[in-house]
Design a protein around this ligand. Structure first.
Ligand code: UD1
Length: 313
């Protein structure tokens, strides 16, 4: 089969591309390298069709989409605080860009489009764990933008018959997550700090919790969402079903790494939710998904990668 992966040079996208190539599929990657990195594709570079280009340009997406059987749309501005700082840019990439990908997929008559949605759609509602039937109540421009993408997918299903599925990722972590920006995911920031024996920064009191999900789990679930019968038109949680506080994560990391650096506490970030935890029975039932790499094992694998990538100075 032929897959188009938007954002395929990014953290999640490139891990998806690796697995698709390993399974013998033909892969086109479209990435503007704004947050992605060509190095993430080093291993598969000569086996894929890599195009540098942006989803904001419809003609570019249309050309990348030609002949595709499936589209996996991971390209996005993926940060809550970045969306608070620049909501228009997040809106342009995440909503206008997603609309372009949908139009291109519709015109290319692909079999299905699978979208990297976000648990940030749930917002602050206090009930945990989050099930897909709960109302969306995003509390950041980022959450709004990712949720709008889901709605667009469903409407394209109804109006144009485009098969689609959304996977709401819950705090994905693992190798290749870029730690170098203030907007990077918290675990990549923690690992990067520990490699350099610097204090990790915790925004707030560290008692906020997340359903941290190792990358291999969401790769598996996303690929299942492409092909599973009965998945079209649905939204699935992509998590593990558990949650852990940042303070507890840091303790575990200190045990795993043998580093004793303490956290530096700073004021909470605007737009942040407090707790997040997925309920994954729908994904289990419809997709046959099971989170196989548990949190601690994921932390160990990730630490090993950060040490070899950024250690050694
Ligand atoms: C993350 C993803 C988002 C995804 C969502 C799904 C990133 C950058 N964001 O958002 O794309 O859709 O999960 O649920 O991967 N924090 C610190 N210290 C730091 C950085 C962050 O304490 O150095 C805190 C934040 O204030 C927040 C928590 O850690 O309370 C998680 O932040 P972050 O990793 O940015 O993820 P989310 O905002 O949950």
């Amino acid at each position: 089969m032929r897959y188009l992966v938007t954002g395929g040079a990014g953290f999640i996208g490139s891990n998806l591309v690796d697995e698709l190539v390993r399974r013998g599929h033909s892969v086109v990657v479209l990435d503007d390298l704004s947050t992605g990195n060509e190095r993430n594709l080093d291993v598969v570079r000569d086996k894929i069709d890599f195009r540098i280009g942006t989803i904001i340009d419809l003609a570019t997406v249309q050309s990348a989409c030609k002949g595709a059987d499936y589209v996996i749309h991971t390209a996005a501005r993926a940060s809550v605080p970045k969306s608070v700082a620049d909501p228009i840019e997040t809106n342009t990439v995440n909503i206008d860009g997603t609309l372009n990908v949908l139009v291109a997929a519709r015109d290319a008559k692909v079999r299905r489009l699978v979208y990297s949605a976000s648990s940030s759609a749930y917002g602050e509602s206090p009930s945990l764990p989050k099930t897909e039937t709960m109302p969306a109540e995003p509390i950041s421009p980022y959450g709004v933008s990712k949720y709008a993408g889901e709605l667009y997918l469903q409407v394209f299903g109804r109006v144009y018959g485009l098969e689609n599925a959304s996977v709401r990722y819950f705090n994905v972590f693992g190798p290749r997550q870029d730690p170098n920006s203030q907007y990077s995911g918290v675990l990549s920031r923690f690992m990067f700090a520990l490699v350099r024996d610097e204090p990790p920064v915790i925004f707030g009191d560290g008692e906020q919790s997340r359903d941290f999900t190792y990358i291999d789990n969401v790769v598996d679930e996303t690929l299942r969402a492409c092909e599973a019968p009965g998945a079209s038109g649905k939204v699935f949680n992509g998590g593990t079903g558990a949650r852990i506080t940042l303070n507890r994560v840091l303790k575990l990391l200190q045990e795993i790494t043998g580093k004793t650096v303490c956290a530096k506490y700073e004021p909470p970030r605007a737009g942040d939710i407090l707790h997040s935890q997925a309920e994954i029975s729908l994904a289990r039932k419809v997709l046959g998904y099971e989170p196989r790499v548990l949190f601690e094992e994921g932390l160990r694998r990730t630490w090993k990668w950060y040490k070899s990538e950024y250690g050694g100075q």
